[in-house]
Ligand binder design. Structure first.
Ligand code: WTA
Length: 652
């Protein structure tokens, strides 16, 4: 997104309410900045601790900050046991709708029983505190149950999005050193069965650490079960016994909770590690501040639990708050393009939290499908994952929100654990601006820097940084503290570098402008260009590759690849299809390039660096700028010659 056309001056007063001055929000923010220790000591009381912390924040070894050190807790006690001991015992924790329309509900008590049974099963398989469990499951109830059962025992989960390939799964299993894998016999995708157990089996050929594989029967499709290693999930529950109870393991606040792999600027995904106490406190408060869900709400976060949004806002935040969440297995357009509106009407969803890509897709589908449904239960709308363009924002506000519902645009990252910049319905809702995530949350001192690390003027685009600490910040990168330091605190010492561009307007509102590094957001999914390049060059026909993002009206951006073939290989449609297949099997379908150009050479500097800036300019038709450092000018003509072909592929 370019900052030139942003509506800096357009204020939207929801329900024409002009009473908000922002004063209350400002006071809360100042309190948190002036005395963070006091502020968080107070907030952390929302969590049940087995033992209170010794220090709210141990900052003796930056950037390895330790929140609530000395504190002891178990997250599942907060997510389940404490509600089971209260009036919430028989309140719905989850409403689940399967792709085929089946509905299952879990009260807090039922969820507690399921989690205890599976925790007992995992314990019987030898899972101990600190052990890692890899999870490769579709959006079915067994997914949150597995996470909670793992964490009850003090295990560390690493969820691999079920759309990732066998190779991606094996890499993550090996890096995390998981000894148990939980998967399913298949998953449903637009009416078809995706054989994820086959993917898992393929991955398992190269994952020596895995001792046990637990398989959920979702589709009933026949799968191979390896004797001694593979066990059916439902049988493990039967063996555990219907009334199984497992004591929640007392965990240090600073013990790791989960590892979630996310793309960075190298070919190797980063294992973002979150801790127990700080993360939970942040998850709890960010959801409360952002949406202030109440006892009557039905909260629907549409994110897959394979990504951070699902971890925090489908599992840990709503359960620790004790609210009712809905989650859905399928896709928005199957069996019809009004599936979501159907779900909202059918279950009476009150808060919808989704992505700009989904909003833009529905814009394309048209209003008729929406107006067929009674969406009057909705009271709040949210977005996450990528910049929302003002046009999509307004459509969301007008058509879904009927000009009455606030749009809570939440900016954050896998690394931040929860919201960082967002309007806060739970404190004070400031006037909104279409396309702005408004102000930072309490504790977040966000600034926009230029290359030199100086704060830029109002209206000038720069790098978004955070100069403060907050409880939800990542602890480190799994087994790679050096990379953690370098990536996030290396550019400006002790200042968190987000990798995003942003601009602040005259009212202090922040506008997020996308990534400033080699990371793409494709339909809200985070992908590294270098990862896709590495996958391409691992194909025998390819000698070099450059991948970049191209703006897309629905998905925000899509990957476009330029490849140089080995000298004995000639370009062909067949090869193009084979390269696509190769990407799908090495990373997963989400990384499929929207277009691939086969070129003789790539524009490079004399020192051999690929000039991506130039590729991007050619791709978008922008001026080429300074090309004095180029090694071989003819490469530009080569690239230009592919323009029509790329356009044709992109239009498909
Ligand atoms: C982008 C997703 C603009 C941003 C929670 C960030 C956003 C990256 C927004 C993190 C938003 C997320 N407006 N951009 N509201 N939310 N982003 O780790 O570029 O999958 O750095 O976490 O998504 O992606 P991740």
């Amino acid at each position: 997104m370019s900052e030139a056309n942003l509506p800096f001056n357009e204020k939207v007063y929801v329900n024409k309410d002009k009473s908000s001055t922002g004063e209350k929000l400002k006071q809360e923010w100042e309190k948190s900045i002036n005395n963070p220790l006091k502020f968080w000591a107070e907030k952390a009381k929302a969590i049940d601790w087995f033992k209170t912390w010794d220090r709210v924040l141990d900052d003796s070894n930056p950037p390895f900050y330790k929140w609530f050190s000395g504190g002891v807790l178990n997250i599942t006690y907060n997510a389940l046991d404490r509600h089971v001991k209260s009036k919430k015992k028989n309140k719905l924790a989850y409403i689940w709708e399967g792709e085929r329309g089946e509905v299952k509900t879990y009260t807090y008590y039922q969820l507690y029983r399921e989690v205890n049974k599976f925790a007992k099963a995992l314990k019987d398989f030898g899972l101990k505190k600190g052990d890692r469990v890899a999870v490769y499951l579709p959006m079915i109830p067994e997914l949150p149950i597995t996470l909670l059962a793992t964490v009850r025992l003090g295990g560390v989960h690493t969820v691999v999005f079920s759309g990732f390939s066998a190779e991606a799964l094996a890499d993550r299993i090996n890096d995390s050193g998981a000894k148990i894998l939980v998967t399913a016999d298949g998953s449903y995708r637009r009416g078809k069965i995706v054989p994820i157990k086959n993917n898992a089996d393929q991955a398992l050929q190269n994952t020596p650490n895995i001792e046990k594989v637990i398989v959920v029967k979702r589709t009933g499709k026949e799968v191979t079960m390896k004797e001694g290693r593979d066990h059916w999930y439902h049988e493990t529950l039967t063996n555990a016994g219907a009334s199984a109870y497992v004591e929640p393991e007392p965990m240090q606040a600073t013990d790791p909770l989960f590892i979630l792999y996310t793309s960075g600027t190298t070919g190797k995904p980063k294992g973002v590690q979150h801790g127990t106490g700080g993360y939970l406190v942040w998850a709890y408060w960010t959801l409360k501040w952002g949406f202030n869900p109440n006892e009557e709400d039905i909260w629907w976060c549409t994110a897959d639990i394979g990504w951070i949004t699902g971890h925090t806002y489908n599992v840990y935040a709503p359960l620790s708050l004790g609210i009712t969440s809905l989650f859905f297995e399928g896709t928005p357009d199957y069996p019809a393009k009004d599936r979501w509106w159907n779900i909202i009407e059918k279950h009476g969803v009150t808060i919808l939290y989704t992505t700009p890509t989904a909003v833009r897709m529905f814009m394309k589908f048209g209003e008729e499908l929406i107006n067929k449904h009674n969406l009057s239960t909705l009271r709040l709308l949210g977005t996450v994952g990528e910049p929302i363009n003002p046009e999509a924002w307004k459509w969301y506000y007008n058509v879904i929100g009927k000009k009455k519902l606030p749009i809570i645009d939440t900016w954050w990252q896998t690394e931040t654990g929860g919201y960082m910049i967002a309007p806060l319905a739970g404190i004070e809702l400031v006037p909104l601006k279409p396309g702005s995530a408004t102000y930072p949350l309490p504790s977040i001192k966000a600034e926009v820097y230029n290359e030199k690390g100086e704060t830029v003027d109002v209206g000038v685009k720069g790098f978004l940084v955070v100069k403060s600490q907050w409880p939800g910040m990542l602890q480190t990168l799994w087994k790679d503290p050096e990379r953690f330091k370098q990536t996030y605190f290396g550019r400006w010492p002790n200042i968190y570098y987000t990798g995003d561009y942003a601009v602040k307007d005259q009212d202090g509102y922040l506008w997020l402008l996308g990534r400033a590094d080699e990371v793409l957001k494709v339909a809200g999914h985070r992908l590294g260009t270098v990862e896709i390049e590495s996958a391409l060059v691992s194909h025998p026909a390819v000698s070099e590759a450059a991948v970049l993002g191209k703006e897309d009206p629905v998905k925000g951006e899509v990957p476009v690849a330029f490849v140089v073939l080995r000298s004995d290989i000639s370009p062909s449609e067949e090869l193009r299809l084979d390269l696509i297949k190769h990407i799908r099997t090495t990373i997963g379908p989400i990384a499929t390039p929207a277009a691939i150009a086969m070129v003789k050479r790539l524009p490079k500097t004399r020192s051999g660096k690929i000039m991506r800036r130039l590729l991007k300019a050619i791709l978008t038709g922008a001026p080429l700028g300074d090309i004095s450092t180029i090694e071989d000018e003819a490469s530009i003509e080569d690239i230009k010659a592919t323009y029509e072909d790329l356009k044709r592929q992109l239009e498909k």
